[in-house]
Design a protein around this ligand. Structure first.
Ligand SMILES: Nc1ncnc2c1ncn2[C@@H]1O[C@H](COP(=O)(O)OP(=O)(O)OP(=O)(O)O)[C@@H](O)[C@H]1O
Length: 234
């Protein structure tokens, strides 16, 4: 269980998150949506231990997260806006590097398996400096999955992906969810939110303004209408 309890984050004189609470149980998949600047990425950085809250506490299975420890990094897979990949290395070398860092067993086998899963195995030996944005994103996804984290925090993971890669990613997320891995997803693409998640939070100006289960029968338009009404306060 990953719990954020009454988190407030202030940077300078700006309140970025106000009294934010969330409990994420194994196998849950929660989308976090909201306008630009609402505080979504900041919330993920706090949950991943990359930033400290101004007040409140973050607990991983009941234990307080104070800083980004090695164990924490392994348990929480965070995909942010930066890929954290090395451009001089090939996809396989990048995965090997991270695998060694986090003491992953069977790196070669797992690395190849993941490169296949994200559709990059034909490019495994080419330095990634020549890769397109979508190819880099595919590899960044493989990197995050390499350590088999219990919690996946995916900040706009579909960005730059083509239709094939979007389907591959959604499949990878669903497979992990079925194994009991908890998923948090930030996305502006509501079609993917409905595809992947069971629950949705709307963040607006650093506050949770809605938190509900997604009704998959209702489709995209009612979802968009509900969102518009929530963020405009109507
Ligand atoms: N390191 C920082 N220093 C100052 N302000 C920051 C910092 N990080 C975030 N902010 C501010 O916090 C607010 C929330 O930013 P955040 O990136 O969390 O929003 P977001 O909901 O993820 O937005 P987007 O949908 O555009 O990605 C913004 O006003 C941003 O300028």
């Amino acid at each position: 269980m990953l719990e954020l309890k009454e988190i407030t984050k202030i940077i300078g004189d700006k309140i970025i998150l106000r009294n934010f609470s969330l409990a994420l149980a194994p196998g849950e998949s929660v989308a976090v949506i909201g306008p630009n600047g609402a505080g979504k990425s900041t919330f993920f950085k706090l949950a991943a231990g990359l930033m400290q809250p101004t007040s409140g506490e973050i607990l991983l299975n009941g234990e307080q997260i104070k800083k980004k420890t090695h164990l924490l990094k392994k348990r929480i897979g965070y995909l942010g806006h930066e890929s954290f990949l090395y451009s001089a290395l090939t996809p396989l070398e990048n995965l090997r590097f991270y695998g060694k860092l986090y003491k992953v067993k069977n790196i070669e086998e797992k690395g190849m398996e993941l490169l296949k899963a994200v559709g990059l195995h034909y490019f495994k030996d080419i330095p990634i400096r020549s890769f397109s944005r979508g190819m880099i994103q595919r590899l960044a996804i493989a990197r995050v999955l390499l350590t088999e984290p219990d919690f996946l925090l995916l900040d706009e993971p579909h960005t730059g992906l083509d239709q094939e890669a979007v389907s591959l990613l959604n499949l990878l997320i669903k497979e992990r969810q079925e194994k009991g891995i908890a998923i948090l997803l930030i996305s502006h693409d509501f079609e993917q939110v409905i595809q992947v998640c069971e629950r949705v939070l709307i963040l607006n100006k650093g506050r949770v303004v809605e938190d509900k289960s997604i009704d998959h029968q209702r489709g995209l338009m009612p979802f968009k209408n509900w969102y518009e009404a929530a963020v405009s306060g109507k």
